[in-house]
Design a protein around this ligand. Structure first.
Ligand SMILES: NC(=O)c1ccc[n+]([C@@H]2O[C@H](COP(=O)([O-])OP(=O)(O)OC[C@H]3O[C@@H](n4cnc5c(N)ncnc54)[C@H](OP(=O)(O)O)[C@@H]3O)[C@@H](O)[C@H]2O)c1
Length: 334
């Protein structure tokens, strides 16, 4: 089968190769992949900036498709069904944190950027009815991360003021839509006026250009501060984020695109009674709740562009430049 494989011997870091999957395990299903979506993790792998990389592994955590074969111990009524895949493997039973065996589909296990994938039968869920297979492929990793960040870690309530930074990002887009569905008052930040305008059109109350030094004062005077800030850029934007959180508020973060902050004003944190919470993807319970929430509110993933298999490097390059607004999807099934 055709697949997008990590190959760090090449300047572009990936290539389309012919890959043979092993025999199907008793607890596994084989899925013909209809569509797959990129996450920044795939780009970090391509750049060699992810732990325990192995060349030859098929990348991709997000996918949808049709079950074509089921192992002996899996319910065979799944065969022929349209499904999406939960890319969180072995979270375990603890809702508060993942087990030491936790892994993410697409490294070191073969991922979704391929014509077929084999995953444990308990990783598949019926595709939400209101989404096409292409739309559903955009949902799993980013939707799960956004859901846990906002609701389990952020405990977001109706009417609260939220800031979601870097709104062009895939997770950020879901966070915006989920927070609006919860009837929160949502502000966003971005490098681009066009992306702020698109977020406002979706329902955000306002936005700030994070590269402008005045954005912190602007945000404070316009909103009075935020009950909750959701961020994945971190680096030295951390100090700014502490400045815009209301006393008693929370910062929930799931990434460090800009690296670690060079300093931390601990006095500001304790004096203002701030809570800092790290979060990462989510448990099976979070995934099921996220799917119910998306179906109940008929949330439509914001898709930047659908590429075909042969355009995969163009899609990765678009993510590297941060040019996208929402998810980059690969249509795979012809
Ligand atoms: N821990 C987890 O489970 C988990 C899950 C998903 C993602 N992540 C991490 O979270 C980050 C985002 O992932 P993604 O897949 O959503 O990425 P993405 O779709 O590539 O989005 C990245 C976005 O980051 C924003 N950004 C860049 N510099 C920024 C800054 N100085 N301040 C605020 N925002 C900034 C940009 O927003 P604009 O375009 O609006 O400027 C860009 O669109 C990555 O580091 C990823 O590895 C972690």
């Amino acid at each position: 089968m055709k697949a997008i494989v990590l190959d760090r011997t090449l300047p572009q870091g990936i290539s389309i190769q012919n890959v043979t999957l092993g025999p199907l395990g008793d607890h596994d299903v084989r899925i013909e992949v209809a569509a797959a979506a990129l996450n920044h993790r795939d780009e970090w792998c391509r750049q060699g900036k992810y732990a325990n990389l192995k060349d030859g592994v098929v990348l991709g955590s997000d996918g949808s498709g049709i079950v074509v074969e089921a192992g002996k111990s899996v319910d065979h009524s799944w065969i022929g069904k349209e499904v999406i895949i939960n890319p969180a493997l072995h979270w375990g039973d603890n809702q508060r944190a993942q087990s030491p065996d936790f892994r993410i589909l697409g490294m070191p296990d073969h991922g979704t950027l391929a014509e077929f994938i084999q995953v444990p039968g308990d990783r598949i869920y019926s595709k939400p009815d209101h989404l096409s297979l292409v739309e559903a492929a955009a949902l799993p990793l980013a939707g799960l991360t956004a859901y846990r960040a906002l609701f389990y870690q952020g405990e977001l309530k109706q009417g609260q003021n939220v800031l979601i930074t870097g709104i062009g990002g895939g997770v950020a887009q879901f966070a915006l839509q989920f927070a609006l569905a919860q009837k929160a008052t949502v502000y966003v930040s971005s490098s681009s006026q066009d992306k702020l305008a698109a977020a406002t059109a979706l329902g955000a109350k306002g936005g700030f250009i994070y590269s402008e030094p005045t954005w912190v004062e602007e945000a404070k005077s316009l909103t009075g501060g935020f009950d909750l800030v959701i961020d994945s850029a971190m680096g030295n934007t951390f100090g700014n984020l502490l400045d815009v959180i209301k006393p008693g508020g929370k910062l929930v973060f799931f990434g460090a695109t800009l690296g670690n902050p060079s300093e931390m004003n601990v006095r500001k944190i304790f004096w203002n009674q701030l809570t800092l919470k790290g979060t990462t993807m989510g448990s099976d319970r979070d995934f099921e709740e996220m799917l119910d929430f998306v179906s109940h509110h008929k949330i439509m993933p914001v898709i930047d562009h659908v590429f075909n298999f042969d355009q995969t490097i163009t899609a990765f390059d678009r993510m590297r430049r941060g040019a996208q607004l929402g998810k980059l999807v690969l249509g795979i099934m012809q």
